[in-house]
Ligand binder design. Structure first.
Ligand code: SF4
Ligand code: SF4
Length: 90
């Protein structure tokens, strides 16, 4: 399941450099997450980095993009060809 950013976002930019998949970009009014790139941090980190750093809890799971761990790992492999996922992240 991808994360999404809610209207609570204050566009502080803290999450953007933390995303291991470059899924976060600055949108017109708030920051946005590309569901095609968000893996819930599966493959890179044990916890979701955007959730960790957001000061206003604007990063939440998006029920509209439900995926299994296996699907998320497959997505991660597609984004990081030739690399192996980090231990304990999937
Ligand atoms: S959960 Fe991880 S992969 Fe998804 S947008 Fe947040 S930092 Fe990026
Ligand atoms: S860390 Fe939170 S408030 Fe800051 S840009 Fe990201 S979603 Fe918005």
């Amino acid at each position: 399941m991808s994360y999404k950013i809610t209207d609570e976002c204050i566009s502080c930019g803290a999450c953007e450099p933390e995303c291991p998949n470059e899924a976060i970009t600055e949108g017109e009014t708030i920051y946005v997450i590309d569901p095609a790139k968000c893996t819930e941090c599966v493959g890179s980190h044990a916890e979701s980095k955007c959730v960790e750093v957001c000061p206003v809890d604007a990063c939440v799971l998006d029920p509209g993009h439900s995926e299994t761990k296996e699907k998320l790992l497959e997505k991660w492999r597609g984004l990081h060809p030739g690399k192996e996922p980090a231990e304990g992240t999937f």
